[in-house]
Each structure stands twice: as C-alpha cells, then as structure tokens.
Design a binder for this molecule. Structure first.
Ligand SMILES: C[S@@+](CC[C@H](N)C(=O)[O-])C[C@H]1O[C@@H](n2cnc3c(N)ncnc32)[C@H](O)[C@@H]1O
Length: 241
C-alpha cells in the first residue's frame, strides 16, 4: 500500500471505478444545471473541468451547450473520456500541479478532487494555477466534502460488494487527513489502496483562497445550492472570482 502519491495509482485502476460505479450521476447533472443557471453562464463560456475523471460532468456540461475541456492525471480515464470528444468537447491528460497552456471562463474542481497532497504549498500551487488559468471575471467552482460532517459521522468500518468484489473499507482521521484504507481480493490477488484527503474545512479553505487572491462569492452546502451549514451540509461548495 502506497501513501505518497497514492492518487496516481488508485484512480488509474479499474477497481476504483468498480467501487464507485454506483455514484449518482443524476446528482452530478443536477448540480451542473443548478450552478450554470445560478452563475448565468452564457453558452459561449469555455469551462475547464479539472480533474474530470472519466468525464461525467464534462459530457453533461457540453450537452447544455458549453465548450468544455476536461483534464485529469489518469491516462486511463482520459482515454475513456476521449470517446465522447466532439468539436466543443475535448480531453487531455494534465497534472493540476502544472500551469495550463490556455485560459478559461470558468474552472470547476468537482467531487472532492483536492487536498490529496502532503504540503499545503502544493494545494496552494493548484489554486494559483487555477487563478492564473481564468479569464478576467472568470469563476472558480470548488466542490468538496464537508469535513466537519464527515468527522462527526465517521463510519470507521464498512463492507461493500460490487461486481462480486468485497471491498473492506476502514476510515480514520489522522494528522489532519481523512484516510480510507480499501482492501479486497480480485483477479487472483489481495489488493490494498489508500485514499487520503486533507481535512479542509471552510476556515482553512477561506485562508487558502485569500492567499491566492480569490474572493469567495458564495458558499453552498449541497447540489441544490442550499446555504452551507457545517453540521448538516453534505458538501462544501465555494464559488470564487
Ligand atoms: C474523486 S475523482 C473525481 C473525478 C471527477 N471530478 C468526477 O467527479 O468524476 C478525483 C480525480 O482526480 C484525479 N487526480 C488526482 N491527482 C491529480 C493531479 N495531480 N492532477 C490532475 N488530476 C488528478 C484522479 O485521477 C481522479 O480522476
């Protein structure tokens, strides 16, 4: 089991996609519809979905009429997403710790795709890249777990059976990280992977955003864009400029 750079391996395996295959795409679409309407994004908007995974938000945003670019570190996910490419939808492998070649009208970081790195400096570097990648008056939409609620309701052990694979999941909060250890037997051998996300609450994210010069415009707590409440909200969604 690898802790350092765990995200390079785990997200690139077929097992990650099997474990999360039942995640709710209708929720993702509802969120994209609500946020683009709330921001009144014109159809000419060029959106960067970073990281895009297999492209579920990108593809839907494109069907809403937007020009969309998706970027992700996982070469396997990008290869899959490329099947959906068209004149206004493209995908490329990209490490979000690197600066972009283009600029965009909006950048979306969705579904807890942040806080994977040890040092705060790397988190800040990503936010700086995003800020530099935005056109004037561009929006940044950040969708993360609600760390306070996760902590208060931590399920320390869980078993999930998906596609005949029994995933044993252990969760803990240590050294400022929410850690998931995922063990299972598949394809003739035992596997163990780690998923590790920094404990980033509203206060910490606000300080990150201030450091890079982002102004937070809205704080939502779910995909219906209800106000954030640290005790009850499922998500921490920030809109910044
Ligand atoms: C939780 S998934 C979410 C993906 C997508 N937003 C979605 O909702 O389906 C996180 C994604 O971050 C990608 N990722 C991890 N580290 C990255 C990095 N340094 N640069 C770009 N993408 C990265 C992973 O490959 C994975 O696809």
């Amino acid at each position: 089991m690898k802790t350092k750079d765990w995200f390079t391996d785990w997200f690139n395996t077929p097992y990650y996609h099997i474990l999360y295959k039942n995640r709710d795409n209708s929720d993702a679409q509802l969120f994209m519809k609500n946020i683009t309407e709330f921001l009144e994004l014109p159809k000419s908007t060029h959106i960067l979905d970073l990281p895009c995974g297999k492209g579920r938000h990108s593809v839907f945003l494109n069907t809403l009429g937007y020009k969309v670019t998706g970027g992700d570190l996982s070469k396997n996910s990008i290869e899959f997403a490329k099947k959906f490419e068209n004149e206004t939808l493209s995908f490329k492998a990209h490490d979000m710790r690197k600066a972009f070649n283009n600029t965009y009208d909006a950048i979306f970081n969705l579904f807890t795709s942040f806080g994977y790195f040890e040092d705060d400096s790397e988190d800040i570097l990503i936010l700086k890249n995003i800020k530099n990648g935005l056109n004037e008056n561009g929006y940044f939409v950040f969708d993360f777990l609600n760390a306070d609620k996760v902590k208060a309701n931590l399920v320390t052990e869980e078993t999930k059976i998906v596609d005949n694979i029994t995933f044993n999941i252990k969760r803990e909060i240590t050294n400022g990280f929410i850690v998931k250890i995922i063990s299972f037997f598949a394809d003739g051998k035992n596997h163990s992977y780690i998923e590790r996300v920094k404990f980033l609450d509203l206060e910490k994210m606000t300080s990150y955003f201030e450091k890079v010069g982002f102004t937070i415009k809205n704080v939502f707590g779910d995909y219906n864009l209800n106000n954030f409440d640290s005790k009850t909200s499922n998500r921490l969604i920030l809109v910044a400029k």
